[in-house]
Write a protein that binds this ligand. Structure first.
Ligand SMILES: [Fe+2]
Length: 318
């Protein structure tokens, strides 16, 4: 049965999908929201007024709806990994786009990117790092990211959408959760001996196969194809952006041998080398496309047309 969807329905569906594939589980996410609610209730009236109430319902504040020009049933969406004013102009030029969906945060979602990074503490804890150690190391990194995004021109794209009357939203951590869960199931179903075997398996996934055509398929950044992989962790697919580089030593102590991630900075790479952790970089746009494809499948099921742009490679699994 086709369900007609408006923008809020699409956002709510994407949040629900993100929660269902969250490392913390549905109850873990609910606990987090309950904790936020109890903290909110203890605030003064003035503090409650200043508090963004959306945070009490949405566990992924880097994902949301930023401008509704026309609250209509959605028939076709333009989807991209990075949406800037250029893509808003593109949507207008195409003329048959009811909604633009970005992956990377824009507007308020970008300003609140650090808010989702707590998730990483639970991911590290899942792979055996004590929660106190994960929280201790992530605290500094989270405040660093919060300061880093503070100076951005957050509203640039949203302002363009507002002026041109284009509907716009994004799905970031909910989409990355989908990619992480997919990869976890994919890797979990097989047994791997060497790092090169994981890379070969990843190359079977359509998004990575496509990325190989332009030279950005899965690659080993630390280690060699012959190195034995040991326990594989997906600590760097979801949770906002890169975590603390000091965590490589901790996951090595927790028994992890290989990390599969989307992208890695030079500083993180050096720390991984020092901790003897093998690093496989599956690819950035391709991994982001994987998560977005899993969400877009949900729209396609409802008969919504999908046009891809800005690094998003569409592959349907329905
Ligand atoms: Fe990304």
């Amino acid at each position: 049965m086709i369900i007609f969807m408006k923008i809020a329905d699409i956002h709510n569906l994407f949040i629900k999908k993100g929660i269902e594939s969250d490392f913390r589980g549905i109850t873990g996410v609910q606990k987090l929201l309950d904790h936020k609610k109890s903290k909110f209730q203890k605030l003064s009236l003035k503090e409650q007024e200043e508090f963004d109430k959306e945070a009490l319902e949405n566990p992924y504040m880097d994902s949301g709806v930023y401008h509704i020009a026309q609250d209509k049933e959605i028939g076709q969406v333009l989807v991209g990994i990075d949406i800037g004013p250029e893509e808003i102009l593109l949507a207008q030029k195409l003329g048959n786009i009811d909604l633009v969906v970005a992956h990377h945060p824009i507007g308020k979602g970008l300003a609140q990117l650090a808010d989702v990074m707590d998730l990483q503490c639970d991911v590290y804890n899942f792979y055996g790092v004590p929660i106190n150690v994960a929280e201790g190391l992530m605290r500094e990194r989270i405040s660093e990211v919060a300061r880093g995004v503070n100076s951005s021109n957050h509203q640039r794209t949203v302002d363009t959408a507002r002026i041109l009357g284009v509907n716009i939203m994004n799905a970031h951590t909910n989409s990355d959760n989908m990619a992480a869960k997919f990869l976890m199931d994919f890797i979990g179903k097989r047994s791997f001996e060497r790092v090169g075997d994981i890379v070969s398996a990843l190359k079977e996934i359509p998004e990575y196969k496509e990325a190989m055509k332009i030279g950005v398929g899965p690659k080993i950044f630390v280690g060699s194809p012959e190195a034995r992989c040991g326990k594989i962790a997906l600590t760097e697919i979801t949770g906002g952006t890169e975590g603390s580089p000091k965590l490589y030593e901790k996951i090595a102590q927790a028994g992890v041998g290989t990390v599969v991630g989307m992208h890695i900075s030079e500083e993180h790479k050096k720390e991984a080398e020092a901790a003897h952790i093998n690093i496989i970089i599956a690819g950035h746009m391709s991994s982001d496309s994987l998560g977005m494809n899993l969400l877009m499948d949900e729209l396609e099921k409802q008969g919504i047309g999908i046009i891809s742009c800005s690094g998003f490679t569409r592959f349907s699994r329905i």
